[in-house]
Design a protein. Structure first.
Length: 371
């Protein structure tokens, strides 16, 4: 979808009395045009913002819907032109995962978009407040140039979707709320704030290169993941897990399962942007938990559409779940398997429980924790 941010008074102009105007935009363009306000997170309402969502089958419908929306939002008479030539600014919302691709190597793609549209196009700093993993793209110039810029940006996103960079889930609106007593934030899920923390951490087996990619320059990527109210740490893999391409473990813990899986989704999405990205996700679980899922692997594979769900009994301490297929199918399989682990979890002995619940510690840290 093409998502345009407007002020509430502009949204009222687009809607018109009894929503007559937005119905005209739909009829004239053939596109599905929705104006969202009350269903948006509280942060939007606090900023007096609304969201126009345009869904269509082709670029002709898209451009007609964009033109109809902007002409109403800026009060341009029907059939008239924007004779004043005023400089205007409009923001569109895109998934964060698409930002670096939109800019392109050395900024080449966004420079080309500016030239084609004849207006300024900039990525606004920071995420969209109140939403997870969404960014603003600011378009400034004459109205005709802004219309072209918004249409071209959407066409580029369609290209990204066609080659697998973007998926429908990247456009989902996941609300982020402030964590009381702290500066972090958390994704709001259906379980609500009273959700208990997961008893089984999500552990991802990765290569050294993948681990470095996830950490990012000066740790900027992993810091963003930690802002989602989950603890995220990286460490060297245990000896029994060591093999070519699996030298590090990423631990996600200290949050409800839904939030840990959201962090896993962001990690998988980020790894997919690597040049030599693999269509495989490897999860690490404690060996004593394997019987809880061993008999469910085939059903999970069928239900989630994953091409392969296999359990490798690497050693006496850790086992590896290897999930293959598309990103969406692998994430669904990971969620289903961890759901089974949570449902069938039986608290083991205290020493084993620390191994299940916490990332690996050195001997001194373990003694302090047990004390």
């Amino acid at each position: 979808p093409c998502r345009i941010l407007l002020s509430s008074w502009q949204a009222e102009l687009v809607l018109g009395e009894k929503e007559d105007e937005v119905r005209r935009v739909r009829a004239e363009s053939g596109a599905n045009v929705q104006v969202l306000s009350k269903s948006l997170p509280a942060a939007f309402r606090a900023r007096d913002e609304c969201l126009v969502v345009i869904k269509c089958d082709d670029s002709h419908q898209l451009r007609a819907a964009i033109t109809g929306t902007f002409r109403r939002a800026f009060g341009v008479p029907r059939g008239g032109t924007d004779d004043e030539g005023r400089q205007r600014t409009v923001e569109v919302m895109i998934p964060e995962v698409a930002c670096r691709h939109l800019v392109g190597a050395r900024g080449d793609r966004i420079k080309l978009l500016r030239e084609e549209a004849g207006c300024d196009i900039q990525l606004a700093p920071g995420l969209v407040a109140g939403l997870a993993a969404q960014r603003r793209v600011r378009c400034g110039g004459r109205l005709i140039g802004i219309e072209e810029a918004v249409a071209r940006i959407h066409e580029v996103l369609v290209e990204f979707a066609s080659i697998g960079i973007l998926h429908p889930r990247h456009f989902d609106l996941q609300e982020v709320v402030a964590v009381p007593g702290g500066s972090g934030s958390a994704i709001r899920d259906s379980a609500g704030p009273s959700s208990k923390n997961s008893r089984v951490p999500v552990r991802l087996l990765v290569s050294k290169d993948e681990c470095g990619w996830l950490i990012g320059k000066r740790g900027n990527k992993i810091h963003k993941l930690r802002e989602l109210a989950a603890m995220v740490s990286t460490r060297d893999a245990d000896t029994e897990l060591l093999e070519v391409g699996s030298e590090s473990v990423v631990d996600v813990f200290g949050a409800p399962l839904a939030k840990e899986l959201c962090v896993l989704q962001l990690i998988v999405d980020d790894l997919a942007m690597m040049r030599d990205a693999l269509s495989c996700t490897r999860l690490v679980i404690a060996a004593e938990l394997s019987p809880c899922i061993k008999g469910h692997l085939d059903s999970v594979k069928c239900q989630t559409g994953a091409s392969s769900v296999r359990l490798h009994e690497q050693g006496i301490t850790w086992h590896v779940l290897e999930l293959e297929g598309g990103e969406r199918h692998r994430l669904a399989a990971a969620g289903a398997l961890h759901g089974l682990l949570e449902e069938s979890f039986v608290a083991p002995s205290s020493s084993a429980q620390d191994r299940v619940l916490l990332p690996r510690m050195d001997q001194q840290q373990q003694q302090q924790h047990l004390a």
